[in-house]
Design a protein around this ligand. Structure first.
Ligand SMILES: CC(C)(COP(=O)(O)OP(=O)(O)OC[C@H]1O[C@@H](n2cnc3c(N)ncnc32)[C@H](O)[C@@H]1O)[C@@H](O)C(=O)NCCC(=O)NCCS
Ligand SMILES: Nc1ncnc2c1ncn2[C@@H]1O[C@H](COP(=O)(O)OP(=O)(O)OP(=O)(O)O)[C@@H](O)[C@H]1O
Length: 198
């Protein structure tokens, strides 16, 4: 049966960058952030968001993600309510995706909140991507054209590296991308994953 590698790390650590490299080497990758964006367009999910957070978050049926972020990343209870709506839909979407990958040895499930959501329990192997906090903040401020305060408010809702590492099989230090990519190749060797497997 296909095995699931959970790939996690705090905001801005470089999870998606590392996941994309696994993909280049032939391991199928599922990005939970992207799935979140997809399922939030489903009518059933939109309806629940409207019921919980109000119609005003939608303009012409389009969700104002920045407004919702402002609410949930400053209030842990509200974030838990949003997670309770969106996470079951992501789980279903992932299970459907996984069915199509039955011929592979391994797939990657990439999620910032793999531990916080409990989804790590469904993984066979767990990898945490790390980078110093200040570098992560700088990267996200640059990538999203956001503020340090906004990044910090998301970080506060996530586990710290010490906790993540304690439950991980592998840690990839992504301070330097070239070295991090070498770690990816080493992990593939250890897990006996053929590059461009199928
Ligand atoms: C609040 C929302 C609309 C903000 O959207 P936005 O486009 O600004 O951010 P995006 O979804 O691209 O996430 C960017 C980063 O924020 C952090 N983040 C997102 N959701 C969460 C969360 N529930 N808990 C902690 N951190 C989170 C992660 O580091 C993530 O990589 C969105 O993040 C959301 O719907 N979150 C709840 C669903 C979820 O958990 N998605 C992520 C699955 S890993
Ligand atoms: N080793 C690196 N050196 C320099 N920049 C990097 C490195 N790794 C990633 N980046 C850049 O940092 C930013 C954050 O990386 P990425 O989007 O992969 O992080 P993430 O952990 O997936 O973030 P999020 O939790 O917000 O989804 C991106 O703009 C990416 O191009």
């Amino acid at each position: 049966m296909v095995k699931v590698i959970g790939l996690t790390g705090g905001i801005g650590s470089g999870k998606t960058t590392i996941a994309n490299y696994f993909n280049e080497l032939g391991v199928p990758v599922y990005i939970a952030d992207d799935a979140g964006k997809k399922v939030m367009q489903f009518e059933s999910v939109k309806t629940q968001i409207k019921t919980t957070f109000g119609d005003a978050l939608f303009e012409n049926e389009i969700l104002n993600r920045a407004k919702l972020a402002e609410i949930v990343f400053n209030n842990a209870d509200k974030l838990a309510e949003l997670n309770a709506i969106v996470h079951p839909a992501i789980k279903k979407d992932f299970e459907l995706w996984l069915q199509e990958k039955a011929s592979f040895q391994y797939v990657i499930y990439e999620a910032a909140i793999l531990f916080e959501s409990g989804r790590y329990k469904d993984c066979d192997v767990i990898i945490t991507v790390t980078a110093p906090e200040e570098i992560r903040i700088e990267r996200v401020v640059k990538r999203d054209n956001t503020t340090r305060e906004q990044v910090l408010s998301r970080m506060k809702m996530q586990w710290n590296d010490e906790k993540r590492i304690s439950l991980s099989n592998f840690v990839i230090n992504n301070s330097n991308l070239k070295i991090a990519k070498e770690e990816v190749v080493k992990i593939l060797k250890i897990l006996n994953i053929k590059q461009n497997q199928s």
